[in-house]
Design a protein around this ligand. Sequence first.
Ligand code: APR
Length: 237
Amino acid sequence: MSKHIFVLTGAGVSAESGLGTFRDKSGDGIWSTFDASKLATPQAFARDPTTVLAFYDARRRNLLNAKPNPAHFALARLEQGLPARGGRLTLVTQNIDDLHERAGSKRVLHMHGELLKARCQICGATTIWPRDLNIDDACPECGHSGVLRPDVVWFGELPLHLDAIYTALSNADLFVAIGTSGAVHPAAGFVAEAAAYGVPTCEINLDAADNAYCFDEARYGPASETVPAWVEELLRT
Ligand code: APR
């Protein structure tokens, strides 16, 4: 049994919950439909906050109607089952949804932030925000209005929790990437970082990611099938 398992998830783990992926071979990913430079950068928000807020309002409403799928529940079972076997899970997600938490995962590092939170650009406070975010909404902490933004990491901004992530990569016994295209750094480089420490690596995906060549092993198929099978195998050993 591997003691410390590091799992990185991407949009593919939530695809069967009805949340879109960003880059799909079929070409109907979110960034094929919407222009990321106009919706997911600090410059876009400064230039046209109303359009950016409307984009995230639509994704937040979609999320509130979505449910975790068997892949999310399996990862929650893994987090719960490892300690009894002398192991532990580090779960890092690129996703801004809360489906891991709703499936029971207790420790989730959201390196790209969280869609159901808003952040004040004056005092920095983050607030649970499960409703539409309007430009003149006031920060519940400092009272300033017109200064709230979605608590998500946009292109050109530094992802969150990087110190904890790189420390966990350095002492993992197994690195597994689930449902991510390996298209966006720094997450796409985590597999090479783990391999440099001699950590065995496995890709679990619908089809081969851009960085598939970096992995020792691969399991392909829908996450709702491949992830529960992988977790049951792990917890049986
Ligand atoms: N089961 C497993 N994997 C799936 C499924 C599924 N049902 N459906 C799609 N996938 C896979 C795709 O094959 C692809 O490899 O999920 C991956 C989705 O890739 P992306 O859409 O690029 O999502 P992700 O890798 O998470 O994107 C990383 O890019 O735009 C930014 O911030 C955004 O966090 C995001 C980051």
